[in-house]
Design a protein around this ligand. Structure first.
Ligand code: RB5
Length: 150
C-alpha cells in the first residue's frame, strides 16, 4: 500500500521515526511534509498531502502537527478527504469501520512514538465495514462536499 505522510515543524522527529518504521514494515511511503525544524504552516503541509491524494499518488495519508488538530482541520477542507484526529486506537479503528476515513492525524506534542505506531497500524489494517447505514452517511458527506465546493 502506498502511504503519504506529512508534517509541520513541530512533528519532524515523529514523522521521521514513523516513516522509518513504516518502510521497515514494507510500506511505500511518500513524504509531503517539511524536512527542517524551521517554522512552517500546517494548512500548507496538509494541502501537499491532500493534493497528492486527489491525484491518486497515495491511497491513505498520515498528517502530523503539534496537536494533530490544526492539520486535521486543514485536511478536512479538501474534497474527498475524511481525516480523523486520534489520540487512541479505538478512534482509529472506528474511523475506518464507520467513516472510511482516509487520513489519520495526531499530535507529536500529544502522543508517543509507540502509540503513534499502534494508531497507524490500526488505521492501515482496519477495513471499512461496508455497512449500509455507514455507506448512506458517507454518501451524505460526499454530497455536502459537492454542494459546498460547487
Ligand atoms: C505549531 O506550533 C502548532 O501550532 C501546530 O503544530 C499545531 O499544533 C496546530 O494545530
Amino acid at each position: 500500500m502506498k502511504i503519504g505522510i506529512t508534517n509541520d515543524h513541530a512533528a519532524l522527529n515523529l514523522k521521521n521515526e514513523l516513516k522509518g518504521y513504516l518502510i521497515d514494515q514494507g510500506y511505500e511511503v511518500i513524504d509531503y511534509g517539511t524536512n527542517t525544524n524551521e517554522s512552517c504552516d500546517y494548512p500548507l503541509m496538509g494541502n501537499n498531502l491532500c493534493d497528492a491524494m486527489a491525484r491518486n499518488e497515495v491511497e491513505k495519508g498520515i498528517a502530523i502537527c503539534g496537536t494533530g488538530v490544526g492539520i486535521s482541520i486543514a485536511c478536512n477542507k479538501h474534497k474527498g478527504i475524511r481525516a480523523v484526529c486520534c489520540s487512541e486506537t479505538s478512534s482509529a479503528r472506528l474511523s475506518r469501520e464507520h467513516n472510511d476515513a482516509n487520513v489519520v492525524c495526531f499530535g507529536a506534542r500529544i502522543i508517543s512514538f509507540e502509540l503513534a505506531k499502534d494508531i497507524v497500524e490500526t488505521f492501515l489494517n482496519t477495513p471499512f465495514s461496508n455497512g449500509e447505514r455507514h455507506l448512506k452517511r458517507i454518501q451524505e458527506l460526499t454530497d455536502l462536499d459537492n454542494q459546498k465546493q460547487a
